[in-house]
Write a protein that binds this ligand. Sequence first.
Ligand SMILES: Cc1cc2nc3c(=O)[nH]c(=O)nc-3n(C[C@H](O)[C@H](O)[C@H](O)COP(=O)(O)OP(=O)(O)OC[C@H]3O[C@@H](n4cnc5c(N)ncnc54)[C@H](O)[C@@H]3O)c2cc1C
Length: 714
Amino acid sequence: MTVRRLVLFAALLGAAFAYYSLDLGRYMSLDYFKSQQAAIETWRAAQPAQAALFYFLAYVAVTGLSLPGAAAMTLAGGAIFGLLWGTVLVSFASTIGATLAFLAARFLLRDWVQQGFGERLRAINDGVAREGGFYLFTLRLVPVFPFFLINLLMGLTTIRTRTFYWVSQAGMLLGTIVYVNAGTQLAKLASLSGILSPALVGSFVLLGIFPLLAKRLTRRLRVKKVYAGWRRPPRFERNLIVIGGGSAGLVTAYIAAAVKARVTLVEKHRLGGDCLNTGCVPSKALIRSAKLLSHLRRSREFGIREARAEFDFADVMERVQDVIKAVAPHDSAERYTELGVEVIEGSAKIVSPWEVEITRSDGSVQRLTTRSIVIAAGARPLVPPIPGIEETGYLTSDTVWNLRRLPQRLVVLGGGPIGAELTQTFARLGAKVTQVEMAPRILIREDPEVSDLVTRRFRTEGVEVLVNHKAKRFVIEGGEHMLIAEFEGRDVRIPFDALLVAVGRAANLKGYGLEELGIPAGPTVEINEFLQTRFPNIYAAGDVAGPYQFTHTAAHQAWYAAVNALFDPFKKFRADYSVIPWATFVDPEAARVGLNEIEAKQRGIAYEVTLYRLDDLDRAIADGEAHGFIKVLTVPGKDRILGVTIVGEHAGDLIAEYVLAMRHGIGLNKILGTIHIYPTMAEANKYAAGAWKKAHAPQKLLQWVARFHAWRRG
Ligand SMILES: Cc1cc2nc3c(=O)[nH]c(=O)nc-3n(C[C@H](O)[C@H](O)[C@H](O)COP(=O)(O)OP(=O)(O)OC[C@H]3O[C@@H](n4cnc5c(N)ncnc54)[C@H](O)[C@@H]3O)c2cc1C
């Protein structure tokens, strides 16, 4: 606790102590006011401004210090100053006092609460950010919720002070008037409970519910407005039409069919989408061949004097196609038809909120009506408009799979996961690769030591990693392709034979009706937490919707999209992104779940770091892969996991244990108490938990245990 906090805390404690020890509460009772009413009245008549100021400050002090007596003081306000001035004084004094109490709670406790429980409070914080004003208004309107408790609890949330002030003042106004008015009849009032008859409390409850009802109604009206001008078909031919047969679309259709909905899946290119055809599957297949070559090159490390590989790049690329063919049946039209999905090869376009026009590959056009639509149109490689890029020609993750001749010198533009995976792969296959990144390091989303380790490995394998290099233009000089990049204010020339652009992926937003229907989109289709677009019956999932661009997140969203599309308004679920894992399949692999240090710092979340180095692990040593680390972020003093980063062999698999742990609230103590097979890489997870335990060993207790053993030795 800082000194300022300590001082405030001591002052508040002192005030409370004085209040109770001097029994100041007796001045705040109805009886006391009644007994002194005549004297107070005389004083007010003689010095009205002074009396008002004194009353005002006393009221602010009582409410600001969260002391009991505000209700009695309000009644006294009515008795002394009458309905109008009493209301004005009480309204401002109570709101200012409430805001002071709110600020004190915020200053003393909010950081501690948010840091300690930040992740768990995320839903509450989101709710407060979205509709905190509404909830506060409701609580304020109904005078049965303790006034001081609302102030203190609201101080712990992320609601803005300005919002708190004006919503409180508006929300308390009616109650204030009722109490002040009752105060004008003070002499006749026997007790505080007499003011609030059951009928009056009932009216307040109704008033409290009113804003929520009004909100529901407004939402309904807004939705009605969105659909205005569109004619809703009297009945629907489908429950659901899914646009796009990639990871998101396939899973959406699968779930819909599983719950017996009538669902049509439309794919204009190849079922399986990017993941199967140009993304995860081919990249991992190519990485596997490249890894074999890297092992052969390292043969001496394994006691093999010489191992050579003879290979044709074209054969390696054909194997990639074979792998795609082998996996393709999982995503095939036959499989999905068997599962109960109607699969149509063609291009889909939304023509009304309930109608999709499908242009089949044979040119025929069909219109289908549907209750709901899920957009799962995916993304494509982003190509930045760098001068000369079109003239020079380039490869992307869409086209690189068509290569059958290995480029001698390859420039990879982009230091993200896709760029990094392909950089190392092509280098291992024999190309001279230069990776160009304008940020200060590659894999910028990960902690710096992840980038360091991967960069060092890339450089050992002959990759030229150029960071802080901003591509300015492409030129052809003397028949040679050249990238001109800016580095520390000067131009650097990088010659190449082929260019691979991997600077990110842009959502597919054109050509299927978004513009025509006025569905807003920024970099991705705009959706709410239920994955609904502006039209509540049109949803979006996968790369087209973000915020992540992975196959497993596309599938995760697909569940929400399918269930919400089919069961709203009876039941719908908010997409839960609380535990999202991912891996970059460079060698060594880099995997993560939850927070890393960069994000924890950005979000002001307190954490402890436990590091376990894999060069200590028996299996990693035996495998010749004794490098990398497991870094676990936990809540200070607790074993609750906030996030894990693993760099090392099979990091993408090892992280699964932590994903499960985080998803189900399992701490490091439980991981430590779980048997892991010896000797496996997975044992590293247990050792990381052990490192945490060692750092948190109860030293005092152990000293006593040592004494106990010494005593037993005699
Ligand atoms: C090189 C590379 C490697 C990757 N590696 C991994 C990895 O290892 N792990 C991982 O999790 N993710 C990886 N990804 C990302 C992953 O491929 C995507 O996140 C995933 O494919 C997204 O699925 P989606 O269904 O949203 O989109 P897509 O797979 O792109 O599917 C969208 C489909 O919609 C179709 N479509 C679009 N418009 C229409 C229309 N109007 N009518 C009909 N059909 C339409 C498209 O033809 C496409 O087939 C990788 C991506 C790339 C490029």
